[in-house]
Write a protein that binds this ligand. Sequence first.
Ligand code: F6P
Length: 360
Amino acid sequence: MTTGKRQRIGVLTSGGDAPGLNAVIRAVVKAASGLGWEVFGIEYGFEGLLGDRSYRILTNADVQGLLPRGGTILSTTNKGHFGPRNVALSSDEDPYNLGVRAIRELGLSGLITIGGEGTQRIALELYKLGAPVIGVPKTIDNDLAGTDRTFGFDTALQVATDAIDRLHTTAASHNRVMVLEVMGRHTGWIALHSGLAGGTDAILIPEIPFNIETVATKIRQREQYGSTFSIVVVAEGARPMGGTEMYIADGRLGGVGHWVGEHIQRLTGKDTRVVVLGHLQRGGSPSPYDRLLSTRYGAAAVTALSRGISGEMVALRAEEIITVPLAEACGHLKTVRPHSDLVLCARALGVFFGDEVVSP
Ligand code: F6P
């Protein structure tokens, strides 16, 4: 039996929310309490380490009922003070130095950082400054490198697939084209997976720039072969060949769904409707798969800290949870390979991506 001070770790959620955040927090608290450790929940992402510091002790009682709950009980911050490191700042102005100081002064022997690429980049900087950190990979976009899966993706996929199923019946009733815009800033994982799972006719993703004339021609050809309606799923970051991503006001991505819909209507003459799924993909209860993955990640992060591991991220590789250097998750995204088996599978089924050679 040890008589020393009780070990204390911190956990925070940062960046856009995703279903499963609370499930990770729950697993962290339960696994830590099993080791006799205390857990501080840092609020508002890394921002909670700054200023007056915002945190609270989390006990097993605090995480009761959290497994199915969407959102994050710790709140999250998307873009706070932790931008790219500005080495010109004095140590008292530098959020990274202040963060490391807070971790030390709060007596945290480890900090679990739950988030996407931006979050893990901040965690890596803190680690380089001496803070003991372990990352947990989150994002509905599934674009974090170093892991096969991020939690949140499966739930978003379920929501997007359900939307496609619903659009199918109304599209068929009215003989319309339905365009569904899904999330995916830089990558088309949600669009590709939901497009295949929902049986869409076209999948437009950032990794494969599309020609809108080709998309329209394919829809017209479907009509000639007797298909009187079509479903198109488009990732928010998709772009026409030679063009750029589309933004709505204040620099936020969006608008490609409406752009595609308007052009299809004009080029095919078919009645077309557009649905933007937006944050419905991020809200609500995590799927069983995401609950399980989040739980495994949370427990594995605590285990890693208990083994003295730091500067790493828990990750899923071939169904096993391992840890990988944080650097592996930072600096680049996991994108859809245009010649991957999933893309080839879709093409084999006649699904079009808008890059095909067509005769009008
Ligand atoms: O988490 C990634 C993501 O879902 C992107 O696909 C999307 O562009 C972004 O978050 C939107 O986030 P917010 O509305 O919080 O800025």
